[in-house]
Write a new protein. Structure first.
Length: 409
């Protein structure tokens, strides 16, 4: 029978180290729990199959990526299995067989083999940081140590669902106007490059003076034909330049700051940031993750450099003995109401509950803001299209109307 070296903590917090025999890593951890020891590390000894280092398979770019939906389904089902009393290795085996995504299936097989060899679940997940982010891994680690893995998995599934909903709302709010305006610009370019020159040839045969709007459109068409290549190169250059600038520390701060100051979208992004911060921090605190570690993860998953810097200042303030609300208020990023509610949560010892309520409130605010933004953008886009495309059409037909009037007169 394989021998496993272990390290764990007793209920009093005393660190215990030693060795024991067990069929596999999961059996070793179950035996340690029966001995009233919470295992923090269990590793197979010797050169047997249990000590083999399993390398992560290499996936090419054609393989499908693991989506948030894949992760949510896995987390929900996994929580149900653990809650039903199934062993961890058996749960991973079942999940790996029924996973629809081939990439995810291969990753789960590697995780299962690692756990079977004596590695903790959280350590096994470290091999796939792109699939299981830092927040996911830290919460799993806290659940394993605390013996509440099923509860943690349910919280993670709920968190992932809400986070995915926020992400989809922002994408939907931004993509709608971008697609419509983009299509309209392509239509305008086709009119100016292909249709207007045909009208210009027809008008030249008449030899009459053209109305001012028509002449402006024809001149614009000639300019676009002459400089089209330079315009395309310039647009690509601006895109690449902005992208490269954003990769610098200064560029991140400047561009993310500009996004937060945008008239309508900036307010929406701030609400999303508040909801994400409160949801992430509340979920991690309620799961037993230390607050400094939780804030560090919140900063890295903020999605905006300005907000990340603000959260890092909060973390520094707490490490110096201050409360969360004081440095959060000084950052001037989060609304005063949020800071006051966090103050109440700290004072009552129910910070995780209060953060959850704030997250619920601001997620509802995001719902309303996205709905308002969509309602406001529709008439603006319709007017924009009407003025631009309708103006071009009218400008091209004005000489024809003038000629028809002359013939009729």
């Amino acid at each position: 029978m394989p021998v496993f070296a272990y390290e764990g903590r007793t209920a009093s917090g005393e660190v215990r180290k030693g060795e024991l025999e067990a069929a596999d890593g999961e059996a070793a951890r179950n035996r340690l729990r029966q001995m009233q020891i919470n295992p923090t590390a269990v590793r197979a000894k010797g050169g047997g199959a249990g000590s083999v280092n399993i390398k992560m398979p290499q996936f090419d770019f054609m393989k499908p990526k693991v989506t948030t939906k894949d992760l949510v389904v896995f987390t929900r089902q996994f929580a149900t299995m653990i809650d039903s009393g199934l062993p961890l290795v058996q749960c991973l085996d079942i999940q790996s067989k029924q996973a629809a995504n081939p990439t995810f299936r291969a990753e789960l097989l590697v995780v299962k083999d690692q756990v079977e060899a004596g590695t903790t679940f959280a350590e096994a997940l470290n091999k796939f940081p792109n699939t299981f982010d830092e927040l996911f891994r830290n919460m799993i680690a806290a659940g394993e140590v605390g013996g509440i893995l099923d509860t943690i998995l349910n919280r993670l599934a709920q968190y992932l669902e809400k986070a995915d909903k926020l992400k989809r709302q922002i994408k939907g709010a931004m993509m709608y106007p971008i697609i419509v305006v983009g299509v309209s610009l392509v239509v305008v370019a086709i009119l100016l490059l292909k249709v207007v020159p045909t009208f210009e040839e027809m008008f030249a045969e008449f030899g009459a003076a053209l109305p001012a709007p028509t002449q402006i459109v024809i001149d614009l068409s000639k300019w676009l034909q002459a400089n089209f290549l330079f315009i395309v190169i310039g647009m690509v250059g601006i895109y690449v330049g902005v992208k490269q600038f954003y990769k610098t520390k200064r560029g991140e701060v400047v561009l993310d700051g500009l996004l937060l100051q945008m008239p309508v979208m900036g307010d929406l992004l701030k609400k999303v940031a508040v909801a994400r911060f409160c949801r992430t921090l509340g979920t991690m605190i309620s799961s037993g993750v230390p607050i400094l570690e939780a804030l560090e993860i919140c900063a890295r998953t903020a999605g905006n450099k300005v907000i990340q810097n603000a959260v890092e200042k909060v973390r520094t303030g707490i490490s110096e003995g201050r409360s969360i609300s004081e440095p959060l208020s000084e950052a001037k990023i989060f609304p005063e109401m949020v800071c006051q509610m966090i103050t109440v949560g700290e004072a009552t010892g129910a910070l995780d509950v209060m953060l959850g309520k704030v997250a619920d409130f601001y997620e509802d605010e995001v719902d309303q803001a996205v709905e308002n933004l969509t309602s406001m953008m529709e008439p603006i886009i319709i007017v924009f299209l009407g003025v631009i495309i309708g103006g071009l059409v009218i400008a091209m037909y004005m000489p024809i109307f003038s000629m028809a009037s002359s013939v009729g007169g």
